[in-house]
Ligand binder design. Structure first.
Ligand SMILES: Nc1ncnc2c1ncn2[C@@H]1O[C@H](COP(=O)(O)OP(=O)(O)O)[C@@H](O)[C@H]1O
Ligand SMILES: Cc1ncc(C[n+]2csc(CCOP(=O)(O)OP(=O)(O)O)c2C)c(N)n1
Ligand SMILES: [Mg+2]
Length: 329
């Protein structure tokens, strides 16, 4: 196992795979949420502290061909993104991630080099998020199938979580992080133009959610919050419907985000990316008053005759954004 470069999963035992990846997954940071890990990987389960007696739990899976292509993303990119997707969900509740479970289901022909790279990316992202992998599972899969599923646990540090349902008329709606960059990077990759904007492609491969802004928003009194995984309009719509309000996005507030993408993808595609681009994992929240670090995008109003939902410059806006089972693509 010293040189894993040419090996496939079929050539090694499960124990050897685990022995190989454990060191890559290990947390090496000082005191943090990871200090709540009482028993880590290696036994039948992990054992975690839940200091305030309650914890957050979420899971997200990614599948080769549906969520990434090997031509676009390395194993490390896939691992990094899978971790960040989960940590963004924890942050969107106002929480801090305390531990991760990682499941890999892969066909026997999967190269050990890819698995090693995946583990490296997971470990790197976990350390960036100041958390650690506490366990997981390995499973076989049919030829061509590779799936990575991550489950994250988190703590709200004694606060109540920030739900999607708390937005109130009179609030502002604001974002921490960018808009449409991952979607623009994906559009460039799809059309073989990735070299036009390596920064956008990098964000698509490895989203960088502003994780600390989640608990920050909770401390600042956020009324509602969500992470932007499926596109601004779609995800804002989830907050609007859960809260029974209208969210009106101001085109002038969106303009700088659109302008930032225009040279790479053109003005029309830039607006589409900002409104509907997925996998950004920025945080969208509503507040009585937005704190520093948050960019106000619009306002929250009472339901009107059209019902709860999203408007852009007062105009109703539906559709767009990511749906896994949309076969019209
Ligand atoms: N297969 C499932 N079984 C039970 N609950 C699910 C399932 N899929 C999604 N959910 C729940 O539905 C909600 C929305 O899921 P999802 O859109 O995946 O959230 P997010 O975009 O934040 O990851 C979440 O609360 C999630 O836990
Ligand atoms: C090969 C490939 N096809 C499509 C996409 C685009 N894509 C996949 S998932 C997704 C949206 C977010 O994923 P999801 O699993 O719905 O995240 P969640 O809402 O559960 O956090 C997008 C835009 C991609 N990254 N790679
Ligand atoms: Mg989410």
């Amino acid at each position: 196992m010293n040189d894993s470069r040419d090996l496939r999963l079929a050539d090694v035992s499960e124990e050897e795979v685990l022995e190989h990846i454990f060191p890559l997954l290990r947390a090496d940071h000082g005191p943090s949420a990871a200090t709540g890990v009482l028993v880590g990987p290696g036994d039948d389960t992990a054992w975690l502290a839940a200091p305030d007696g309650r914890f957050l739990a979420t899971t997200d899976a990614v599948v080769l061909g549906h969520d990434w292509l090997d031509a676009w993303s390395t194993g490390a990119d896939v691992g990094h993104k899978a971790v960040m997707q989960n940590c963004a969900d924890i942050a969107a509740m106002g929480g801090v991630t305390t531990g991760l479970l990682v499941t890999l289901a892969a066909h026997a022909g999967t190269s050990m080099a890819w698995v090693t790279d995946l583990a490296r990316g997971i470990g790197e992202a976990a350390r960036e998020a100041r958390t650690s992998v506490v366990g997981g599972d390995l499973s076989g899969a049919d030829d061509g199938t590779v799936m990575v599923s991550i489950t994250a646990f988190g703590t709200t540090e004694g606060r109540d979580p920030v739900l999607r349902s708390g937005a109130r008329p009179g609030d502002v709606v604001a974002v921490a992080g960018g808009l449409g960059r991952s979607g623009a990077g994906w559009a460039l990759l799809r059309t073989g133009r990735g070299e036009i904007a390596p920064d956008l492609v990098a964000i698509h491969r490895r989203p960088a959610p502003p994780l600390s802004e989640g608990p920050g928003a909770a401390r600042a009194g956020a009324h509602a919050m969500i992470d932007l995984s499926d596109g601004l309009v779609r995800d804002a719509g989830r907050v609007a419907r859960a809260s029974g309000v209208v969210i009106d996005l101001d085109p002038a507030a969106l303009a700088p985000h659109v302008d930032a993408l225009t040279s790479a993808v053109g003005a029309e595609e830039a607006l589409t990316c900002v409104l509907t681009g997925g996998e950004e994992h920025s945080l969208l929240a509503t507040f009585a008053e937005a704190p520093d670090g948050w960019h106000v995008l619009g306002t929250v109003g009472p339901v009107d005759e059209l019902g709860a939902g999203v408007r852009v410059g007062g105009e109703p806006r539906r559709g767009g954004g990511w749906d896994h089972f949309d076969t019209s693509r």
